[in-house]
Design a binder for this molecule. Structure first.
Ligand code: IMP
Length: 199
């Protein structure tokens, strides 16, 4: 029987990507929405690692199950790493992706492309029901465009250009994004552990 792994996120896009990235493993991936009533975890850490650890640990202890948490965001070099851990609420709590993207474009103004470098970073924390933690991290470098392009993905995907491909994350198929994304690189670091689960 597949090993049940809770993903401590309510973000349907993230859960879908994590399902795709672990499809070859004998895991049953369950998002928070399906996991039952879980008290919300406040993401008040100063780093992706702190937030990922907190989400994974609190949820694992509460449910008594293995939990994987992903904390991720966009770090723009010209903005000294902002929005970083504030990526989801850059333009204000609950304002959403379009407002975040607009604010990012206005912060960068007409800076030339060579000064618009950025990276997506993802830190994953895997917590056992007993509270043991393991981490992995993935980074994907790119450049922030001048206007949104593409309709796939979520968050800052329409602004994030992969220089080698000349396309934004939102212009890639999910298979193409999964090949190079920060999330896939973080999952890679977890694969050895995840593939042993349930054996
Ligand atoms: P978290 O759910 O607190 O980790 O916030 C993650 C936020 O970072 C999202 O709401 C997006 O704004 C941004 N983000 C993280 N990963 C991606 C991605 O793969 N594409 C686009 N935006 C992302």
């Amino acid at each position: 029987m597949a090993f049940r792994l809770i993903v401590a996120s309510g973000n349907a896009h993230k859960i879908r990507e994590i399902k795709e990235l672990t499809a070859h493993l004998d895991l049953e991936i369950i998002g928070l929405a399906e996991a039952g009533q879980v008290p919300p975890v406040e993401e008040d850490g100063a780093t992706f690692q702190e937030n990922a650890a907190k989400k994974a640990l609190e949820t694992a202890r509460y449910l008594g199950q293995w939990v994987l948490a992903d904390d991720s965001g966009l770090e723009v070099d010209a903005l000294d790493g902002a929005p970083g851990v504030y990526s989801a609420r850059f333009a204000g709590e609950g304002r959403g992706d379009a407002a975040n993207n607009e604010l990012l474009l206005s912060r960068l103004g007409q800076l030339p492309l060579e000064e618009r470098s950025a990276q997506f970073r993802c830190v994953m924390a895997l917590a056992s029901p007993q509270g043991e933690l393991q981490f992995s991290e993935g980074v994907c470098r790119g450049v922030i465009g001048f206007e949104p392009r593409g309709a796939n993905g979520f968050g800052y995907d329409p602004l994030f250009i992969v220089p080698e491909l000349g396309r934004t994350f939102a212009e890639l198929s999910s298979e193409e994004k999964n090949r190079i994304s920060h999330r896939s690189r973080a999952i890679e670091g977890m694969l050895a552990i995840l593939s042993r689960m349930g054996q």
